[in-house]
Design a protein around this ligand. Sequence first.
Ligand code: ATP
Ligand code: LTN
Length: 335
Amino acid sequence: MSETKKKVMFSGIQPSGDFTIGNYFGAIKNWTELQSIYECYFCIVDLHALTVPQDAAMLRKRTYECYAMLIAAGLEPEKLVLFVQSHVAAHSELSWLLNCYTYMGELSRMIQFKEKSAKQGENIRAALFDYPVLMAADILLYQAHYVPVGEDQRQHIEITRDIAMRFNNTYSPTFTIPEGHYPKTGARIMSLQEPQNKMSKSDSNVNAYITLKDKPEDILRKFKRAVTDSDDKIVYDEQNKPGISNLLQIYASARGMTIEQAQNSCGAMTYAELKMQVAEGVIETLKPIQKRYEELMKDKELLESYMRQGAERAEKVANKTLQKVQKKIGLVLRK
Ligand code: ATP
Ligand code: LTN
């Protein structure tokens, strides 16, 4: 009896800071739901983090922490393949090979490169320019059908498709052409200090974001300081009331409600009451995650064994694709 094969899904997240509630409500929480539906490969992309300067000890520490946090947040290493990018050498290898099928012109159109390089000043790393090619290698190695990412990654998915199609047309069908999987009603959580910008784990102002590790008193303090506006109406209006809309979005996300339901429950509150309620919802959401995270961080051996198993499972699939590519382009395979 032939079982219908699950479609493959791949995504990555950088260990460039502590995960925020933006990462959680906008990405990680969705991943926990997708892991049962698709054959999922999720990856801590440490090599991507190196495209901007990193402190070595910090990068190592964060890689463990981010890996543990994904499990604490509900990803099950038995159900999906959860691994660290640098543990599977095929990512670096395919990335080099795909560089030979990617044009400077297409890379120089990438908005993320323009934005990130503008922040870097003088010595911009070649790797920052090349970032999308490594991302293409990540995705194409697993023959992924779908890639769940935020809107900001749309251009990187497009270039991945272009590279894959170019390769397939030059040789013969080799790569599955992936599609972006964008959250339809997914939460886009904004900064608590500048609610017109998205909440980001690498923001220089710690009051702008809530991390999944924040203590209840810090969460409460940050929400109390959240920027709102000068009238006193609790209505969802992104244009004119970005601060209040963001609080309603977080309230709804933390309680599994729609925005309308959140607005109905909170409509009669004062701003101070709303902030208290939002903080309470977030604290309650994070409590079990933080408990599990603490336990996991105490057991480095268990984490390392999950990482090893993840890498072994990933490697099997990745090496198969890599070999196919090496053969097609004319490299002599090692016998
Ligand atoms: P950095 O600040 O280092 O650029 P980031 O916090 O923006 O990082 P990424 O590692 O680029 O996060 O993204 C990981 C995933 O989290 C992506 O799928 C992205 O769309 C999602 N994400 C990031 N920030 C938010 C947010 N504020 N709201 C919703 N989703 C988000
Ligand atoms: N660029 C992505 C992270 C990332 C990724 C990937 C996402 C690296 N490789 C492969 C999906 C698939 C980001 O910044 N969110």
